[in-house]
Ligand binder design. Structure first.
Ligand SMILES: NC(=O)C1=CN([C@@H]2O[C@H](COP(=O)(O)OP(=O)(O)OC[C@H]3O[C@@H](n4cnc5c(N)ncnc54)[C@H](O)[C@@H]3O)[C@@H](O)[C@H]2O)C=CC1
Ligand SMILES: O=C(O)C1=NCCCC1
Length: 312
């Protein structure tokens, strides 16, 4: 089996321009519920209580595309002093016919980039035309990948960031290099913003509906357990709610479950033309992360790596 164990190496083989069209296609295939396209159960999770985390198992089979994979991802809600990352992941690509391992790869860059790619697709489909202001809440790994994906694939006049520790936001501003406004409060960051990305490890609402401009689009990426929140009830009730997976959102999203709102559509339903994109309304894309996103990203890495190795 090929071994790509360095996150940097994997990252160097993934580019949003190639990844995002593949993700868009995969989201559409997932929502078609055609088992020859995608079989992807809701992930199973094993709590790691002692370490304040969980292990998620994310198998996926794409029969028509001949892609079989599984991601093993550990997520930890670590204390402020920890130097360990919040997400540690490995993706295995298998040959569907023999079951043999084709590749083992680091899943960090895949997780960061495919998640940001899915959020960028949600913004492309659901933000109002002429959107100018992007606000990012949280300044960790996902914030960095979202900044890159959103500024590369979409165009904003202003990017604002907020972090619950200001030094985290200052570090983020220095590391991205481009123009970023560091805000002292969530309200300051999101007032008047057209697109808001929530990528925190908070387990309580950080974003309140009363601060959100009507018609804004929110890509809600954190709060991946049924009792965790990032968004308050007023925002969830005001918004038209989209998700990557309806079943995933109903099993894992505290924002969906505890607010009692309905998921209006999957992103794939919009891509397939089955459900409308309400650009003029306030919209929330509730992202939980899907195995099929990892499968297409890992397959792309594998193709690129083979092409490089054999100088194709
Ligand atoms: N939907 C999806 O597909 C995925 C979702 N995630 C979720 O995205 C979120 C961010 O993940 P990473 O960037 O990898 O983590 P990270 O640890 O690199 O960044 C987390 C950010 O949240 C901030 N934060 C921590 N505690 C907070 C609190 N109580 N209130 C507000 N902010 C707080 C940190 O300062 C940091 O800026 C996590 O909730 C994670 O579960 C991660 C991977 C995939
Ligand atoms: O989809 C993923 O990968 C993750 N989702 C929620 C948090 C851990 C990683």
């Amino acid at each position: 089996a090929w071994r790509l164990e360095s996150a940097r190496e994997v990252e160097s083989l993934l580019h949003y321009k190639e990844l995002i069209p593949r993700l868009e296609e995969a989201l559409g295939k997932f929502s078609s519920r055609d088992s020859a396209e995608v079989i992807q159960p809701v992930r199973s999770t094993v709590p790691l209580q002692k370490h304040n985390g969980f292990l998620g198992l994310m198998p996926t089979y794409m029969e028509n595309d001949g892609v079989l994979s599984t991601k093993l991802v550990c997520f930890y809600n670590r204390g402020a002093g920890s130097t360990l990352p919040s997400v540690s992941a490995t993706v295995l690509l298998l040959d569907p016919e023999s079951g043999h391992m084709k590749a083992v790869m680091d899943g960090e860059a895949i997780t960061n980039m495919r998640t940001a790619g899915a959020s960028a697709i949600s913004a492309k489909l659901l933000m109002r035309h002429g959107a100018e202001v992007l606000a990012i809440l949280g300044t960790g790994q996902q914030a960095l990948s979202h900044y890159k994906a959103f500024t590369e694939m979409l165009s904003f006049k202003e990017v604002r960031v907020w972090n619950h520790r200001r030094e985290g936001a200052e570090k983020f501003r220095r590391s991205v290099g481009g123009p970023v406004t560091v805000c002292g409060s969530v309200e300051e960051a999101v007032r008047g913003a057209d697109v808001i990305v929530t990528v925190t490890r908070s387990i309580e609402p950080v974003l309140c509906g009363r601060w959100v401009k009507p018609g804004a689009h929110v890509a809600a990426v954190g709060a991946c357990r049924p009792d965790w929140r990032e968004l308050d009830d007023s925002l969830m009730k005001e918004a038209v709610v989209y998700a990557d997976s309806r079943e995933g959102a109903m099993a894992e999203s505290g924002d969906v479950i505890l607010s009692g709102v309905e998921v209006f559509a999957e992103l794939g339903d919009v891509i397939n033309g089955i459900k409308p994109a309400y650009r003029e309304k306030t919209t929330v894309f509730k992202s939980l992360g899907m195995g099929v996103e990892d499968a297409v990203a890992a397959n792309l890495v594998y193709e690129q790596w083979k092409a490089k190795a054999y100088k194709l």
